[in-house]
Ligand binder design. Structure first.
Ligand code: AMP
Length: 217
């Protein structure tokens, strides 16, 4: 049966790191909305041009733009065996659009959708955000305060120069948290009522959290 996982949690709750690990181990495709939007912005596509102002202000990109990008990605043949959605849906409206999308995509097959909620107090997340650096080539994520990095400013895996996301500043991160609480957090209740939400304690080391994740999926 096709497995469809939706990972939810506040910004910097570790969803991206865990998705990368799980995707590598299981072959499920990592569909990371934020990265898809940043790629569209870098390429200067029409969607990217619209998204830019919203991303750089910590706001949600208009739903029709994001939905088109996600639908395109989920229809690719590699997603037929299953995927992990990281960063979509982020509002009730998007959740309803996703329902319609999956109904079409999965109409001839059996699929199971599960939502994993990364439960973590937000107190330390701002630190994670401002010290976060990522590799623009391979997507690896580092924290320059808490993680030993072999060579300063350079990716351990592919030696590309690390970058800081433009929206990983304290000012923009505050807006991203506001957006999360006002628009995304109501989805917890929405999916809980549907009986498909599982919570994991997202405080701990990467390996501890990964183990908890595997225990519930
Ligand atoms: P992320 O990489 O998941 O932290 O996302 C970075 C930014 O991309 C967010 O702050 C939003 O501006 C935008 N974004 C990501 N996912 C979505 C979504 N599902 N809907 C609207 N905007 C999104």
């Amino acid at each position: 049966m096709k497995k469809e996982l939706i990972f939810m949690g506040p910004p910097a709750s570790g969803k991206g790191t865990q998705t990368t690990k799980l995707a590598q181990e299981t072959g499920l495709v990592h569909v990371d909305t934020g990265s898809l939007l940043r790629a569209a912005m870098a390429e200067g596509t029409e969607a990217g041009k619209i998204a830019k102002g919203f991303v750089e202000n910590g706001q949600l990109v208009p739903v029709e733009v994001v939905a088109a990008i996600i639908e395109d990605r989920l229809k690719q043949p590699d997603c037929a065996k299953g995927f992990i959605l990281d960063g979509f849906p982020r509002s009730l409206e998007q959740a309803e659009i996703l329902d319609e999308m999956l109904e079409k995509i999965d109409k001839d097959i059996e699929a199971k959708t599960e939502v994993i909620y990364f439960d973590i107090p937000i107190d330390n997340l701002m630190e994670r955000i401002v010290y976060r650096r990522s590799c623009p080539a391979c997507g690896a994520i580092f924290n320059i305060k808490t993680m030993p990095i072999i060579k300063e400013g350079v990716c351990d895996y592919c030696q590309t120069e690390l970058v800081q996301r433009k929206d990983d500043t304290e000012e923009i991160a505050k807006k991203r948290f506001e957006t999360y609480f006002s628009q995304t957090a109501p989805l917890i209740d929405f999916y809980e009522k549907r009986g498909i939400l599982k919570r994991i304690d997202a405080v701990g080391s990467i390996d501890e959290i990964y183990q908890r994740l595997k225990d519930v999926i």
